[in-house]
Write a protein that binds this ligand. Structure first.
Ligand code: FEO
Ligand code: CA
Ligand code: CA
Ligand code: CA
Length: 734
C-alpha cells in the first residue's frame, strides 16, 4: 500500500506491494554508468562514456543494503556450537512473538517508555509528551555494554548492562508519525510545530540500563546511564571531511559541528568498547526548492545531491521544514536560499550519511561523526577481530538498490591495551579518523578486488566523472568515488558480520526490484517473478547472503561465494530456491545479520514484504560452513545462463527458523549477555500497514502488539525490545 502523500525519492517506484517503510528504505539513485558487473568485464567503458552516463539521472537501476555485526574486542574464545539445538518454529501470521519450545521472550522496552524520573508512564493514546526523555520509535540495531554490580564497565557480568538502541524512523502516512499524535497528526503543510517537535525527538538513539532479577529482565527508568540522542543533539565532525566547505552551515561556519543523527539502522561495537551506528535513509528528511539547481549555479553539489536521491523540487518525508522559520525547522530545507552557505542550510544534508560513534558509559561526551567511513546509506559496521600490530578492519554496506559494499582499513595499528582505554572516544579518533576506504568489485570467477577510494587512485584523482579535490570530497561524495573506481552494483547490501572463526565477512543482500535480466552477474545472479496472491513481484525478490574472504585482513584481493539464497520452500529449485530451503528455514529478504560472540551462531533477521502473505518476519539461526564448501553452479534465468558459486546446502540443523514476530513488523537488532544466555532483539513497526484514518479504531489496527501480550497501556502498536532466555538457563540456539 502506498501511504505517502509526497514521493520521498523521485526514483521510487510505487508498486502494489510497496509497504510504507519501503518508501524510504528503497532509494535508487545509482544512475552511474559504472558497472553492473558484466559491464566491468573487459573494462570497456571509456571515461568519456562514464561521464555521459553520470550526467543523465534518468532511469535508476537499483539499490542495495548491507548489514554488519559486532565482534567484540575482548577476544574471548568462541564456544564451539556445531549444530542447532532447538525445534524450528513454523511460519506464522499470528499477531505475536513465537519462540521455540523451551524458550521465553519478555518485552522490556517500548516506544515512549520513560527514561528519567518524573516522566509519566506512557499512555499510548497520542497525548504523551517529553519524548526527549522517552524511548524513541522504530527500535533497530542494538549493542550491549556490560556493567558490574557497582556500575563499572564489565565484559563478563551477565545481569546488568546498557543497551545502545537505534531509533530508525517512525510509522507514518501523509507526512505524520500518526501513532504519536492524538488524531494521527496533520497530513498537510505546514506541519504544526508541536507535532514536529515530537517527531524530531523520537528519532535518533537511546541508551537504557537493563537488569535481570533471577529470570526476569526489566529496564531501569531512572538509571543515570539512560540517555537520548535525537535529530537535534549536537555532534562533532571528525575525520577527513571535518572543516570541508561542503559541511559549512549556519550552525557551524567552520564545519566542525552539526546536529542530530537520523534513520539509524545497523550498529556495531568497536574493539575499544564504543557504540557505532549507521545513518541510512537520511536523504528523505530534506526538501529542496524547485529552482535550487539554478540557485547553486549548477556546481558539483548538484551532481552530489542527485546521486544521493535529492533532485531539485524533492519533498521531505515529514515536512519538518514547514513548521516555522525557526532554525530547528528551517534546517530541513536543503536549498541555497541565503547569501552563502554560512547563512542557510544548503549543506545540511551533507552532515548526514555517516557512522556516528558514542561512548555508552559517558553520558556527557558528544557523539562524533566518523566521516572516514564514508557517506552513504549506512547499515552496520562489522569489525574484523583485531590483531596486535595490524590495522583495524571493518566492513559496511550501502542499502539502496545497486549500491556497494565497503571496507575501511585504519592507518593506526591495533594496540591490545586499547581494548579498555582510559578514553574510548580518543581511541575512536585514533582508529577511525585516519585510514583508507575501499569499495568491492566482484568478478565472475569467484574472486574480487577492493578498490581504493582515495586521491591516490588515479581513477578518482583524474576523474572527469566528478571533480574530487581532496579526501574530504571522497568522504562526503563516497558513492561518486566508488562509481569512478568501478565498484559492483549489488542487490541492496544490508547488515554484515565477520565469522568469529573463519574471519569471513557475510553481507545480506536483502532484495532488488531493479535487478533485470540484462544486469544479472555472478554475485547477483537471480531475476525472477514471484506471485504474492495475484500480485507479481519481479527482480531478486527474496535476496541472498554473500560471503567474502580477504586473502589477508588488509588485502585488496578476496574470494566470494553465496552462503544462501532466500526463497520460498515451494519455489523452483533450479532457478530460485538454489539453496534447497525447506519449511524449517525458508525466508525472504534477509536484513539483520550478526554472529554471536558467545556461540558463533549466525543470526539472520528478515525485513520482508514479499512472503508476508504466508508468514510474518522472522529470525533464523545458522551455523554456516566456509567459503567454497559448495561449488560453482550454472543457473538459467529467463533466456540467460549465469554461473555463480553456491555454499553447501543448509539443513535444519545448520539453518532453522528460531522466531516469528507479530504482524507487519521487521525483526532487527541483536545483542547478548557475555555468557550467551540472554539475547536481546527488536520488533520494529508492528502494525505499520494500519491506515492513518483508523488511528483511533483499534479494531482496524493490523497489530495490537505489545499490549496484546500484556505490555503497557493503550492498543496502538509499538516498536519494542524483547529478551529471549532458555527456560533451563542454557545457551541461546545451542
Ligand atoms: Fe534499515 Fe536497510 O534497513
Ligand atoms: Ca523497517
Ligand atoms: Ca510469494
Ligand atoms: Ca531493511
Amino acid at each position: 500500500m502506498f501511504k505517502g502523500l509526497f514521493n520521498p525519492s523521485e526514483t521510487i517506484v510505487k508498486s502494489q506491494t510497496t509497504r510504507p517503510s519501503d518508501l524510504f528504505n528503497d532509494e535508487n539513485s545509482n544512475t552511474s554508468a559504472n558497472p553492473h558487473f558484466e559491464e566491468v568485464l573487459g573494462s570497456r567503458l571509456s571515461r568519456r562514456s562514464l561521464f555521459r552516463g553520470a550526467g543523465l539521472a534518468a532511469t535508476a537501476l537499483g539499490a542495495t543494503a548491507v548489514t554488519g555485526c559486532a565482534t567484540t574486542g575482548s577476544g574471548g574464545s568462541v564456544a564451539s556450537v556445531d549444530r542447532l539445538g532447538f525445534k524450528p518454529v513454523a511460519k506464522s501470521t499470528a499477531d505475536k512473538v513465537i519462540v521455540p519450545e523451551g524458550y521465553t521472550a519478555q518485552i522490556i522496552y517500548a516506544l515512549g517508555d520513560p527514561l528519567a524520573a518524573g516522566v509519566p508512564a506512557y499512555k499510548n493514546d497520542g497525548t504523551d509528551a517529553q519524548f526527549e526523555q522517552r524511548a524513541g520509535d522504530h527500535h533497530d540495531g542494538m549493542e550491549w555494554f556490560g556493567l558490574d554490580a557497582s556500575g563499572k564497565p564489565s565484559d563478563n557480568f551477565n545481569s546488568r548492562g546498557i543497551l545502545g538502541v537505534n531509533h530508525e524512523a517512525t510509522t507514518d502516512e501523509k507526512l505524520a508519525s500518526f501513532f504519536i499524535h492524538a488524531n494521527g497528526g496533520a497530513s498537510t503543510l505546514p506541519r504544526p510545530a508541536g507535532e514536529v517537535d515530537k517527531e524530531l525527538a523520537i528519532h535518533g538513539l537511546s541508551f537504557v540500563e537493563v537488569q535481570a532479577s533471577g529470570k526476569q529482565w526489566a529496564y531501569k527508568p531512572t538509571s543515570p546511564f539512560n540517555r537520548r540522542i535525537t535529530a537535534m543533539t549536537p555532534a562533532v565532525i571528525h575525520g577527513p571531511a571535518r572543516g570541508s566547505e561542503h559541511l559549512v552551515t549556519k550552525f557551524s561556519a567552520d564545519a566542525t559541528l552539526c546536529r542530530g543523527t537520523l534513520n539509524n539502522c545497523g550498529t556495531g561495537k568497536t574493539p575499544w568498547g564504543t557504540f557505532v551506528s549507521g545513518e541510512e535513509n537520511w536523504f528523505g528528511y530534506f526538501s529542496r526548492d524547485a529552482k535550487d539547481d539554478d540557485a547553486r549555479k549548477k556546481d558539483k553539489q548538484v551532481q552530489g545531491l542527485k546521486r544521493y536521491g535529492r533532485n531539485a523540487g524533492a519533498a521531505s518525508r515529514h515536512g519538518w521544514e514547514s513548521a516555522g522559520p525557526q532554525d530547528q525547522y528551517a534546517r530541513w530545507n536543503n536549498s541555497a536560499i541565503g547569501a552563502s552557505a554560512k547563512e542557510d542550510y544548503r549543506n545540511e544534508m551533507n552532515t548526514f550519511g555517516y557512522v556516528v560513534e558514542v561512548d555508552a558509559y559517558d553520558t556527557a561526551a558528544p557523539m562524533r561523526k566518523r566521516t572516514g567511513l564514508g557517506r552513504f546509506a549506512h547499515e552496520s559496521v562489522a569489525f574484523a577481530k583485531p590483531v596486535a600490530g595490524q590495522p583495524i578492519v571493518c566492513y559496511m554496506g550501502d542499502d539502496a538498490r545497486n549500491e556497494y559494499i565497503y571496507k575501511f582499513v585504519s592507518a593506526a595499528q591495533w594496540d591490545p591495551k586499547d581494548a579498555s582505554p582510559a578514553n574510548r572516544l580518543a581511541a575512536g579518533d585514533k582508529y577511525l579518523d585516519k585510514g583508507t576506504l575501499f569499495a568491492a568489485r566482484f568478478k565472475d570467477d569467484g574472486t574480487g578486488v577492493w578498490l581504493e577510494l582515495s586521491m591516490d587512485n588515479p581513477k578518482i584523482a583524474n576523474s572527469s566523472y566528478f571533480e574530487f579535490r581532496s579526501n574530504a570530497d571522497i568522504a562526503i561524495f563516497t558513492r561518486l568515488a566508488a562509481d569512478a573506481a568501478g565498484a559492483t552494483k549489488m542487490d541492496r547490501p544490508e547488515w554484515g558480520g565477520v565469522h568469529p572463526r573463519t574471519g569471513e565477512f557475510y553481507s545480506t543482500l536483502t532484495n532488488n526490484s531493479s535487478r533485470t535480466l540484462e544486469k544479472i552477474d555472478a554475485a547477483n545472479p537471480r531475476v525472477y517473478t514471484d506471485m504474492k496472491g495475484s500480485k507479481e513481484q519481479k527482480g531478486n525478490v527474496n535476496g541472498h547472503i554473500v560471503r567474502m574472504a580477504d586473502t589477508s585482513p588488509t588485502s585488496t584481493a578476496f574470494k566470494w561465494d553465496i552462503y544462501v539464497f532466500g526463497a520460498e520452500a515451494g519455489a523452483d529449485k533450479s532457478s530460485v530456491n538454489l539453496s534447497n530451503l525447506t519449511d524449517e528455514n525458508d525466508m525472504s529478504s534477509p536484513d539483520g545479520l550478526v554472529f554471536s560472540p558467545a556461540t558463533g551462531i549466525c543470526w539472520i533477521q528478515t525485513d520482508d514484504g514479499a512472503y508476508t502473505d504466508q508468514t510474518n518476519c522472522m529470525m533464523l539461526a545458522a551455523i554456516p560452513g566456509k567459503l567454497g564448501d559448495g561449488g560453482p553452479r550454472t543457473v538459467k534465468q529467463g533466456d540467460k545462463e549465469v554461473t555463480t558459486y553456491v555454499g553447501k546446502t543448509p539443513t535444519p540443523t545448520t539453518l532453522a527458523r528460531f522466531l516469528v514476530g507479530p504482524r507487519d513488523c521487521e525483526i532487527t537488532g541483536w545483542c547478548e549477555t557475555p555468557d550467551g544466555r540472554a539475547v536481546f532483539i527488536n520488533i520494529q513497526h508492528p502494525g505499520e500497514n494500519t491506515a492513518m484514518a483508523d488511528v483511533n479504531d483499534p479494531s482496524k489496527y493490523t497489530s495490537q502488539w505489545p499490549t496484546n501480550a500484556g505490555y503497557g497501556a493503550g492498543k496502538r502498536p509499538r516498536s519494542a525490545t524483547i529478551v529471549i532466555t532458555k527456560n533451563d538457563g542454557g545457551l541461546i540456539g545451542a
